[in-house]
Each structure stands twice: as structure tokens, then as C-alpha cells.
Design a protein around this ligand. Structure first.
Ligand code: PLP
Length: 366
């Protein structure tokens, strides 16, 4: 039995009729850009997240790019981001014209090390952008306190954490703005690219709405440089169908993570992820650590088990950021994790039998 890292086929199959009906009604409406379907999705997502406004945009990268621009990030402005994340967190800063300042992460939870954040603040810092990596929410009380103390703007990168909660409130309600991706493999995924910014701030909502639409708050008026980055109407229709199932998907992911932790306890030198109480983790990815990562990855792939590395090369050592002058050793925890982490398959439709095959294949390696 071969097991993929992510199984979109089963998920799509389980709701195909409803999806086809919704897609067909968009085709009939001839409203292919923005319009009612996008408005409805934005309202439903706001209600789900518990925020005032959602603005649908073209991707998670654009959500970050536009949120940073709306926050006033530009040339000479620094934004603090974790080094252990998907590159798009930093790209959003660069696209806005600002400079990402990378911070190391904690070994135990893979999240930005809040003890180190304050040391990175300079007179040029304007925004802190933590990432709820792998679906685990960062300590938002501490994050907010640091931002308030230094008068900085908090922008959450919630691209992996749709539905995750911090003390009863969902990720995406704590930042001045928060950014989501609907890339197909995310916990809430479209059938193509898509993203959203959430906020409680009317001024920011209006800015993002203009920026995503040629910088045009009013047709043919362009007071600011905007771009074209809107959530496709057809994707909004698809997301409305899937949003209703998101809590169920996330519960399934949490159960699978608990199952792995039980079945893989004390296997080899594995370090298993912490499972925090409540709903503060939605396990976008289930990430283990081992000193023998490359060999284990090869073994799993040879046996037909999809496993991956998220992410093998730290942001601060990427060619795109070589001009910032970081070197091997600059951010040691991130660099160490990049060599030890391994993502095992986790998707809501995964069966117990499939999980047992993954577990058996890992045990067999050790
Ligand atoms: C996926 C992702 C993004 C980018 O989203 P896209 O929709 O692929 O542009 C940004 N940040 C994180 C943490 C992500 O996982």
C-alpha cells in the first residue's frame, strides 16, 4: 500500500457533487471576478475566524505582501520574522520593499523564539510577523505584549493554521492583520491559488481592498499603487463548501497526530512533536526529528510512504537573501532542525490502516 504525504483525491471525491454544483452555478452566473460568491465567502470566513473583515486575495504570499504594504512596510523598514518558515513569509516583506530580519526558533515547538525577538528590534522595526508553523499557534499573549511594549504592529502568518485557537479565539484575530493561504494542500485549500487577509480594522480592510484591485477604492481612481490580486470567484465557491468541513478536518488531523505519538513513542532516536492541550494545534504537518533523517526519508520513500522535509534550507541562507549577510551558524537552532526534521503523511482522510503502515515502515527502519 503506497501512502501519499497529502491525499487531495479522496477529499475532493468525498464532496464532488456539491463542488460541481457550486462550480456550475459560478459558470452560469458569468461573474468570474469578485462578486457575490467572494463576498459570501469573505463573510463566512470572518464569522468562522471571529473577525470583522476578510479580504480575499490571489495567494497567501500576496496576503502577506499586501498586509505589509498596508501596515506601511517599505524601503528602510524592518520586519521581524522566524528563520524556520516557508520562504513566503520573508518574500512578502521583500515584495513590500522592506527588509526581513530573521530570528531563530525554539527546538521544542519549532516556533519563533520570543526570548530573542526583542534583541532584534531596532528603530527601523515596524512589524513583527510570527508564523503559526505546522498549525501550532505561537504564544499570542506574549507576542502581543512585546508588540505593545515597543509600539510595533503584529501581523500573523496563519497560512498553516486555519481554525487553530489561542485561549478560545482563533489564530487570525490577534494581529492587526492576519494572513491565510488557500493553496490546495493547506488545511483549507482551494483548487488553485488563493489567500486572504483578516482584520478588525476598517481602515486596513479598505486599504487591502484597494491594493488587491489596482489601488482603486473607486473605479478609475488610483490614489495608490495597487496590483491585481483577487481571490477567484470559482475558488471562493469551492472554499465555501470546504469551510463547512474544516473543523472536522482539523479534528481528524489532531487524532492522527495523537495516534502517531502513541505508536511511535520510544522508537529509535525519534523526537515526536508536542501535542498542546485544547485546539491550539491543527497539525497542518506532523513533524518528527531524527539524526538519521536522510536515511529514514529514503527508506520511507522507497517503501511507497510519502514523507517530506518542511523545510530543508533555512530562509536566511537562501540565495535570495545572501545580501543580508547571514552565514552558516547565524541561527543555529533553525539550521540544526533543517537537518533533522521529517514530515510524515497526515491528512484528514487518512485511515488507521494507512497510519499503521507508516508506523510499521518507520519501526522497520530502526
Ligand atoms: C503556504 C504558505 C505561505 C504562502 O502561501 P501561498 O498561497 O502558497 O502563496 C506563506 N506562509 C506560510 C507559512 C505558508 O505555509
Amino acid at each position: 500500500m503506497s501512502i501519499p504525504l497529502v491525499d487531495l483525491k479522496t477529499q475532493t471525491g468525498s464532496m464532488k457533487e456539491e463542488l460541481m454544483e457550486r462550480i456550475s452555478s459560478v459558470l452560469d452566473s458569468c461573474q468570474y471576478v469578485l462578486g457575490n460568491e467572494v463576498k459570501e465567502f469573505e463573510a463566512e470566513f470572518s464569522k468562522y475566524i471571529g473577525c470583522e473583515y476578510t479580504i480575499g486575495v490571489g495567494s497567501g504570499t500576496d496576503a502577506l505582501h499586501l498586509a505589509f504594504r498596508a501596515a506601511g512596510v517599505g524601503p528602510g523598514v524592518e520586519v521581524i520574522v522566524p528563520a524556520h518558515t516557508f520562504i513566503a513569509t520573508a518574500l512578502g516583506v521583500s515584495m513590500a520593499g522592506g527588509t526581513p530580519v530573521f530570528v531563530d526558533v525554539n527546538e521544542n515547538d519549532f516556533l519563533m523564539d520570543l526570548d530573542q525577538v526583542e534583541k532584534k528590534i531596532t528603530p527601523r522595526t515596524k512589524v513583527i510577523a510570527p508564523v503559526h508553523l505546522y498549525g501550532r499557534v505561537i504564544d499570542l499573549d506574549r507576542m502581543r505584549a512585546i508588540c505593545e511594549k515597543h509600539k510595533l504592529i503584529l501581523i500573523e502568518d496563519a497560512a498553516q493554521a486555519h481554525g487553530a485557537q489561542w485561549k478560545g479565539h482563533r489564530a487570525g484575530t490577534f494581529g492587526r492583520m492576519s494572513c491565510f493561504s488557500f493553496f490546495p494542500g493547506k488545511n483549507l485549500g482551494a483548487f488553485g491559488d488563493g489567500g486572504a487577509v483578516t482584520t478588525n480594522d476598517l481602515g486596513m480592510k479598505e486599504k487591502i481592498e484597494a491594493l488587491r484591485n489596482y489601488g482603486s477604492p473607486q473605479k478609475y481612481h488610483h490614489p495608490v499603487f495597487g496590483t491585481n490580486s483577487r481571490l477567484d470567484t470559482i475558488q471562493a465557491a469551492i472554499l465555501r463548501v470546504k469551510l463547512r468541513r474544516l473543523d472536522g478536518f482539523n479534528n481528524a488531523r489532531r487524532e492522527l497526530a495523537a495516534g502517531y505519538n502513541k505508536k511511535l513513542a520510544s522508537v529509535g532516536d525519534l523526537i515526536l512533536p508536542e501535542i498542546p492541550s485544547g485546539e491550539s494545534h491543527v497539525f497542518h504537518l506532523y513533524v518528527i526529528r531524527t539524526k538519521r533523517r536522510d536515511q529514514l526519508l529514503k527508506h520511507l520513500n522507497d517503501k511507497g510512504v510519502g514523507a517530506g522535509i518542511h523545510y530543508p534550507f533555512p530562509c536566511h541562507l537562501q540565495g535570495a537573501y545572501s545580501h543580508l549577510g547571514y552565514k552558516e551558524g547565524s541561527l543555529p537552532v533553525t539550521e540544526k532542525l533543517a537537518k533533522e526534521i521529517l514530515s510524515l503523511p497526515v491528512y484528514p482522510e487518512m485511515t488507521m490502516a494507512q497510519q499503521d503502515v507508516v508506523v510499521k515502515t518507520v519501526q522497520e527502519f530502526f
